[in-house]
Design a protein around this ligand. Structure first.
Ligand SMILES: C[S@@+](CC[C@H](N)C(=O)[O-])C[C@H]1O[C@@H](n2cnc3c(N)ncnc32)[C@H](O)[C@@H]1O
Length: 362
């Protein structure tokens, strides 16, 4: 394993644009991964950056996120060891769909909010064709690449604002980011080889799940290391408002309302980790359910709720805890990564058991 492992680092993780993604902290987090891990869990995987590192390290990787579009990245890059998208697949995706009239959700909901009509139609057409790809990993790659294309095209890479079209006609902004005026089709074509090259076989049976972590943990077994990167409650924790468009495109909701200026779906999925009134009870439950997993690494931020000291107190009931921290010099926006705030890593090990020897009397 020692000699095979480095070759997996030839496969690069395609740079994501996702609030709180840890691709910029990979080397730092890697330093605290314990020895002798066989199976590792990325429990709140988002863009899958840490799951990808686990896969590169040769671990059997179990990854999970409660949002469907993130699970598609997990299926495409973590669970999938061999399948790529070919030119024929791409031609099929771009071909004129036979069942167009059943696929108008994006055009009807988001035209003139995030896209001009022709781009919205392109998205509906491609979405109609995805199920025609014969393999679930090809489908997952298609979702992953078109969703990433959308975050390239829309200013700030999220959908929690209504400035997209205004910014896309602002010459100053276009100069900084030409993707604002490029067709989604061209962006998709550019990204294709990067994603195909990120598919590799680490000789393990990796799995991607799409569940609330509190429902997933009870059905998992034999995990050596769990990485928890929950939403940083009280600072940009509402992933469903920022990325509603990607979830709507992937799920193609027929049973939701689309509300507010941004047309986010309602009702939202239940997280348990994004609202102050629920988050402490959710952490208590998370740590109880993870009791059998010996090693935990937990990403946190000093602007999150509960505060670092209180969080450590909750953790200390279960584990021996060490804290590492990194200060953000430049804020990149979102999820507490503002300048001066601190990225925290809790390194948690089983508590040492102390045995008292009793000298027999008599
Ligand atoms: C801070 S982000 C993770 C970022 C990730 N480590 C990365 O590098 O991209 C937190 C993630 O938790 C997910 N999430 C929120 N509540 C969840 C729950 N109850 N179960 C599973 N995932 C959840 C969100 O969808 C979001 O992607």
């Amino acid at each position: 394993m020692l000699f095979d492992t480095p070759t997996y680092f030839n496969h690069q993780f395609p740079t994501p644009q996702y609030l709180g993604a840890k691709h910029t902290h990979l080397a730092w987090i890697n330093r605290f991964i314990p020895n002798q891990v066989t199976t590792a869990l990325d429990a709140f995987a988002g863009s899958q950056s840490i799951a990808f590192l686990f896969k590169q390290l040769g671990f059997k990787t179990i990854t999970n996120d409660f949002l469907s579009f993130n699970n598609q990245i997990g299926l495409a890059l973590i669970e999938n060891n061999t399948i790529q998208l070919t030119d024929d697949d791409v031609n099929l995706l771009f071909s004129s769909a036979k069942n167009k009239k059943d696929f108008q959700l994006i055009e009807n909901t988001f035209t003139n909010i995030f896209f001009q009509q022709n781009e919205a139609e392109f998205l509906d057409n491609l979405r109609a064709n995805i199920p025609l790809l014969k393999n679930r990993y090809k489908q997952a790659l298609a979702y992953t690449i078109i969703n990433r294309s959308m975050t390239r095209k829309i200013t700030m890479g999220h959908f929690g604002h209504t400035q997209a079209l205004q910014y896309a006609s602002n010459p100053e902004r276009i100069k900084r980011n030409r993707s604002l005026i490029r067709p989604l089709k061209a962006i998709f074509e550019d990204l294709l080889s990067e994603y195909n090259h990120a598919v590799f076989d680490n000789q393990q049976d990796n799995r991607s799940y799409h569940k609330n972590i509190l429902e997933l943990l009870p059905i998992l077994e034999k995990i050596d290391l769990a990485y928890f990167d929950p939403p940083y409650c009280d600072s940009h924790a509402d992933y469903q408002s920022f990325y509603h468009l990607l979830e709507t495109f992937t799920e193609y909701w027929q049973d939701k309302q689309f509300i507010n200026g941004i047309k986010r779906y309602e009702p939202q999925r239940f997280s348990g980790f994004d609202k102050k009134r629920e988050v402490i009870a959710s952490f208590e439950k998370l740590f109880e359910l993870a009791e059998d997993i010996p090693h935990w690494l937990i990403s946190y931020n000093n602007r999150s709720y509960p505060c670092v000291e209180e969080f450590e107190k909750i953790l200390s009931k279960h584990r021996q805890v060490k804290i590492e921290e990194k200060t953000y010099a430049n804020g990149r926006g979102g999820k507490g990564s503002v300048a001066g705030s601190k990225e925290i890593l809790f390194i948690c090990q089983p508590k040492k058991k102390h045995f008292l020897s009793v000298i027999g009397q008599g």
